[in-house]
Design a protein around this ligand. Sequence first.
Ligand SMILES: Nc1ncnc2c1ncn2[C@@H]1O[C@H](COP(=O)(O)OP(=O)(O)O)[C@@H](O)[C@H]1O
Ligand SMILES: [Mg+2]
Length: 370
Amino acid sequence: MTALTRLTLTDFRNYERLTLVLDGRPVCLYGSNGAGKTNLLEAISQFGPGRGLRAAQLAEMTRHGAAGGWTISGVLDGEQKIGIALEGAGPAKRSVRIDGAPASPGDLAERMRLIWLTPTMDGVFRGGASERRRFFDRLVMAHQPSHGGASTRYEKALAERNALLERGHVDPAWADAIEARLAEAGAEIAVNRALVLAELQAAIDARPEGHFPKADLSLEGEAEAAALQGEDFRAIFDLLVDAYRNGRRRDIGAGRTLSGPHRSDLGVIHRPSGAPAGEASTGQQKALLIGLVLASAGALSVNGEGPAPLLLLDEAAAHLDPDRRTALFGELAALNGQAWLTGTDAYLFETFGTQAQRVRVESCSAVVEA
Ligand SMILES: Nc1ncnc2c1ncn2[C@@H]1O[C@H](COP(=O)(O)OP(=O)(O)O)[C@@H](O)[C@H]1O
Ligand SMILES: [Mg+2]
């Protein structure tokens, strides 16, 4: 089991100071619009790599009117203390602590994995490739904690190459060096994506038929295709090095890098209809997304190579019919990682019965009810 048994926020968003004491069951946050439910999920999401479920700037999350920065601390499974803080002065930087000692985000990633689903992801199948890529890369990070670091290194090298291209004249030796770094991070990204795609597809296929439709996943991108075919890291690295070098003239014309894993896309077919997920109804897309997230959480809960993931589901329950809702609750209660759900009304969570804890969120505070 992986669960937050205690969560304390100070000066985070609308919370001056808040402590929740929990017992590991799924947590249902209910309260009116603007009460601070999503803020709570956002706070938990800070324990993961990146900028959390709103992709907000660090300082933006500081409570208006607070004197310093914010802190979020928690207790995992009743024993391990984890904390993150935005220090008040100086450049915005997060600090991480585990059991009181300074630690790195990577240390945190070894103890806690996170998956989330928010209403802003509803359009992911209809939207552009970059949204789908971001959605999928989030899942990849939960499965492969090293993916975050590889993505950061890739982005950095990509920015350097683009800066070079924009200048219009490219020194070949300099470009070679940058492209080697780009290809190295890119190959790692492609290998991670291919690995997780296969893992996720297997988890989907193993799921019972039921309320959440299955998806058939694919990856569009040369490096990912090679990885899926079983090419090793070196071969994918070589492939990318060649692609960047051969694309230089074209990329100088465009002023940016037009090929590589930063252009890849996730293909999703709604299996029951055989049609691309983007063509499915809004409700079907939502159910498909939930199915994907449950498959991911299920796979991470059983493979035993790390902590089971915490699952943050913002406003997911309200859009489901009662049967689907009950099915979702059943699955969440059976997971090894704690689920956090939000909704405007307590009745949405009724069929959970005593399998979940309810928390009333109201005017900058939250109270555990049962
Ligand atoms: N930095 C901040 N300081 C204080 N309040 C904030 C800050 N950021 C957002 N809020 C407040 O948080 C509330 C929204 O909370 P949210 O968690 O999105 O609500 P909901 O319960 O509907 O999910 C708004 O009232 C907003 O004004
Ligand atoms: Mg909300």
